[in-house]
Design a protein around this ligand. Sequence first.
Ligand SMILES: Cc1cc2nc3c(=O)[nH]c(=O)nc-3n(C[C@H](O)[C@H](O)[C@H](O)COP(=O)(O)OP(=O)(O)OC[C@H]3O[C@@H](n4cnc5c(N)ncnc54)[C@H](O)[C@@H]3O)c2cc1C
Length: 581
Amino acid sequence: MYYSKGNYEAFARPRKPANIEAKSAYLVGGGLASLAAAAFLIRDGHMAGDRITILEASAISGGALDGAGDAETGWLIRGGREMEDHFECLWDLYRSIPSLEVEGASVLDEFYWLNKDDPNHSLQRATIERGQDAKTGMDFTLTSKARREIIELVLALPEQLYDKRINEVLGKDFFDSNFWLYWRTMFAFEEWHSALEMKLYVQRFIHHINGLPDFSTLKFTRYNQYESLVLPLITWLRQQGVKVQFDTQVMNVVFDIASDHKVANRIEWIHDGQQGGVDVTEDDLVFVTNGSLVENSQWGDHHTPAKFDPIVHDGGSWHLWRNIAAQDPTFGRPDKFCARPEESQWASASITTLDARIPAYIEKIAKRPTRTGNVVTGGIVSVRDSSWLLSWTVNRQPHFKQQPPEQTVVWFYALFTDRPGDYVKKPMRDCTGEEITKEWLFHLGVPVDEIDQLAAEGAITRPCMMPFITAFFLTRNGTDRPKVVPDGVKNFAFIGQFAESTRDCIFTTEYSVRTGMEAVYQLLNIERGVPEVFGSIYDVRELIKSAVFLRDREKLQVPFFAKRWVEKTIIGRLLEEYGLI
Ligand SMILES: Cc1cc2nc3c(=O)[nH]c(=O)nc-3n(C[C@H](O)[C@H](O)[C@H](O)COP(=O)(O)OP(=O)(O)OC[C@H]3O[C@@H](n4cnc5c(N)ncnc54)[C@H](O)[C@@H]3O)c2cc1C
C-alpha cells in the first residue's frame, strides 16, 4: 500500500487482485469502518458481495453513526458530524454510493450540492450571561507566548510527545484564550488529553484555523448521519449481496502465531445467545474494529438520568481487543484507552422541542429561522460561562425524515459532567432529561419563572452518557494502537479509531474510512494509492494564512535589513498577498 495525491490516481481504477475469487471476508463491528472496508473490497478489490459477512453485536448497522427515536418518545442522536472537503478517503467512498435522496446522484453529489446551495457558517459562536453574545468575534486572543507554544508543538517530533498531556506542553496563556474555547468545544479536547493528538489535529486542520470562530469551513449532512450516511451505504452493500449477522458478539479472533507468520484462524462469537464461530484460512480476510467510542453508551429519558457504566463487559469491543492483544505484543494495548473512563467520558443529550416558545429563543441566538430546511446555528453554540461547559446546536430541520414540522431537534453536550450546573446545581451525569433542559433554557435566556414549566412540558430530552467517547484522546505512545496490518500478519487488519494510521487524526468519520481503506488495500495488495491525508501543513500559503489568524490579523513588522530580500522574492509576495506583512 502506498499513499497518492492528485487526479491521476484519484480517477484510476485498480484491476482485479490475484486469486480474489477464492477469498472471502469477515468484518467484526458494523460501524462506518467496517461498512467502508466492505465497499472498498467490492469496488476496488473486485470481491463478490456475497463473500462478505459483517458481524455486529447490536441489532443495527452504523455503530456511532446513529439516528433513532420517534416523535412521541423523542429523537435520538448521540452526536452530529462536523465534516470538511478534505475527508479524502470518505469522499472517495461516497462518490461511488448512490444517494437515496437525489435520483441519479451519488451521496457525494448530494452533499456537495446541498453545501453549495446552503453553505455553513455560524452567526453567533458563543454566548455568555444567559444568551448574550460572548463577543468572541473572529479573535483568538493568543499571546505571543501561547503562539510560540503552538509552533513548538507543531515542530515537535511525535516521540517527544508520547504519553504527554496537553497541559504539559501548553500553558496558562493558551488555556485562557478564545482559541482554546473554540478548539476544545469544537473537537472535545480536555487539558489532560494527548499532546500528540493535539499536534496531529493542529497539523491536520491548519487550513481550518480561519474557520474556527465561525465554522465557515465546515459542512454538514441534510439529516442525521444514520439517514444521510449509513442508510445509503448499507443499502448499496446489501444490493451487492453483503450479509450482516446481527446480535453477534465476537469474543475472540484466534491466531496461529509463528516466528515467520501470524494468521487468524478462528473467529469465536456468541450469536443469539449461542456460542459459535467460524474457522478461517489464510484466504479469508478478517477485519476487526477494536475499541469503540460509543461502547457502553447509555440513554436516559426525560425523567431518568443516563447511567454511567465504565465497566469493560465481556462481549464488548474492549474485551475482544484484550483477547486479541493477549496473543501478540504488536496487537496493541487496549488498557491505555479503556481503563481511565473518568478522563474519557462526557455526555450528550437529544432535545426534541414541543413548545413553540423554545425555537424563538434558539432563533434569537442563531439569528436565523429554525424551519427553513437550511443551516440554523451553523455548528455548536458554546456557553462560555457554563460550569458544565455546555454547547448546543440545531442542524438543518427536519433532522429526521419522519420528524413533524412543529418539532425541533437540538443536540446538546457538556465537557464537564461532574460539576454542578448553574441553574439545576447538579452535575449533568446525575440529571434527568428535564433537568438538563432547565439548565439549557437558563443559558438560552428564558425568564427564570418560565424555565421549570417549559422544561417539564415543552420538550422531550434524552440524555446519553458515553464513558469512552474520547478514549482515543488519552495519552498514548506510537505503539499503543496496533498498526492497521500489524507486522507479519497475513489475513487480518485492525480498523477504526484505535488502529494506528500515523498521519491522520482521530474522532472523525474520515479516520474510520481511512483505516478501512488502508486495511483492504494492504491485504489485497490493491494497485491504486490510498489518498494522502490533505497536506495543508506542507503548503506555505496555508501556513501564512493561519499565522495571520493566529496573530488576530496583526501584521508582522519586516526588519529594515530584510526588506529588500522580502520585496524581491516570491515569499515576500505571498506574505503580502495573504496579509501577514
Ligand atoms: C458524539 C459524537 C460526535 C462525533 N463527532 C464527529 C464529528 O464532528 N466529525 C466526524 O467526522 N466524526 C465525528 N464522530 C466520530 C465518528 O462518528 C466515529 O469515529 C465513527 O462513526 C466510528 O466508526 P467505527 O466503525 O470506527 O466505530 P463504531 O461506530 O464505534 O463501530 C463499532 C461497532 O462495533 C460493534 N461491536 C462492538 N463490540 C463488538 C463485538 N465484540 N462483536 C461485534 N460487534 C461489536 C458496535 O456495536 C459498533 O456497531 C463523532 C462521534 C460521536 C459519538
